[in-house]
Ligand binder design. Structure first.
Ligand code: ATP
Length: 234
């Protein structure tokens, strides 16, 4: 569904991504793990059109989307849930969800997806008229995921969904990720929580200083000695 071929990305003179290639097959969960500064967020931002690679290709459903503006990429069904949630704090839960459907015109489809989001996240229904800035961290993460689902995406890119959440909430968010996946969503997941990410991922890539240094199935990497000592606490 998504193929990244040898992309190089710079922030000014800083060479942040040094020839990364990866594949996300239709219907799979693919994880990117690695320590701070490895280039995980930059990779996602480049795929979602917020940054342009200097060289390389990004093929989404056969179209080269490298350098295509972000809103057009969302319109093609590829939607990012950014790190730190980025919900609109001064708007209600309902208004944030409606914004997720901003590019859509199919009123019936939008209403159906709103129902589905409220079924998946009953807590958002209870709080639909609450200002989003007053939600807890876990609820904001749910809202960010719900908002992305409102875009009628075929593939979601999640940037550190577990960040700042208690272990119980991390489990809840990962259960939701697996449910969304079971319903057919393709997912590219960036996580510092390598244990959780590898346990749900069909395939995963390990990034270090802007390069892919290892790849394999989630199960293979979970038992890999090097991954265990560097990312899973031994
Ligand atoms: P983290 O988990 O800490 O977010 P990451 O793997 O997502 O790390 P990136 O945020 O993609 O890593 O950063 C990759 C590299 O690019 C780092 O060396 C970082 O310092 C650099 N970088 C990121 N954003 C910028 C920026 N706006 N300007 C300059 N350099 C940047």
């Amino acid at each position: 569904m998504l193929t990244v071929e040898d992309i190089n990305v710079y922030y000014g003179a800083i060479h942040a991504i040094k020839g990364i290639s990866l594949d996300v097959p239709d219907g799979e969960i693919v994880a990117l793990i690695g320590s701070n500064g490895a280039g995980k967020s930059t990779t996602l931002r480049t795929i979602s059109g917020l940054m342009k690679p200097k060289t390389g290709k990004i093929l989404y459903e056969g179209h080269d989307i490298a350098g295509v503006p972000a809103h057009k990429i969302v319109g093609m069904g590829l939607c990012q849930v950014p790190e730190g949630r980025h919900v609109f704090a001064n708007m209600t839960v309902l208004e944030n969800l409606e914004l997720g459907a901003y590019l859509r015109k199919d009123k019936d489809g939008i209403a159906k997806d709103m129902d589905d989001v409220f079924k998946k996240f009953p807590r958002l229904l209870e709080r639909k008229d609450q200002l989003s800035g007053t939600l807890s961290g876990g609820e904001q993460q749910m809202l960010a995921m719900g908002r992305a689902l409102m875009s009628n995406a075929s593939m979601l890119m999640l940037d550190e969904p577990s960040m700042g959440l208690s272990p119980l909430l991390v489990q809840e968010i990962f259960d939701i990720i697996q449910n969304v996946h079971k319903e057919g969503m393709t997912i590219l997941l960036v996580e510092q929580n390598a244990q959780m990410a590898l346990s749900v991922a069909d395939r995963a890539y390990v990034l270090e200083t802007g390069r892919v240094v290892m790849e394999g199935t989630g199960a293979e990497l979970l038992t890999n000695e090097r991954v265990r000592s560097a990312y899973l606490g031994g």
